[in-house]
Design a protein around this ligand. Structure first.
Ligand code: ZN
Length: 110
């Protein structure tokens, strides 16, 4: 199990951006209308207290800070990831705290 927080997603966004858009020190997806290097620089320059809106403003993309619950679909501050397998990352299910509490209540003896 792993805990995923929006705070951690924001703190790691520059590195994740670089890993997504570059290889061997080259930007892979650059075009006349998309400059991943300048966006990376903007992400690196974010202050330690940057929030989700700051990341969206820098990237123009909302999904870098999304922390979606696999059960209810809500974008949550905190999720817990179950079934993490390095070679099958899409098998991991992230569950928000509300759904975890609901599951515990369902499983608890009456
Ligand atoms: Zn949920």
């Amino acid at each position: 199990m792993i805990v995923v927080t929006k705070k951690a997603l924001i703190a790691t966004v520059a590195q994740r951006w670089k890993e997504t858009h570059s290889s061997r020190s080259r930007w892979l997806t650059a075009s006349a209308t998309f400059d991943p290097a300048s966006i990376y620089a903007a992400l690196q320059a974010l202050p330690p207290d940057a929030d989700e809106a700051d990341v969206i403003a820098a990237t123009g993309q909302p999904w870098w800070t999304e922390n979606l619950c696999s059960e209810c679909g809500a974008d949550s501050e905190v999720t817990v990831g179950f079934g993490q397998e390095l070679h099958h990352p899409t098998d991991t299910r992230y569950i928000c705290l509300h759904c975890l509490q609901t599951g515990l209540a369902l499983a608890a003896p009456a």
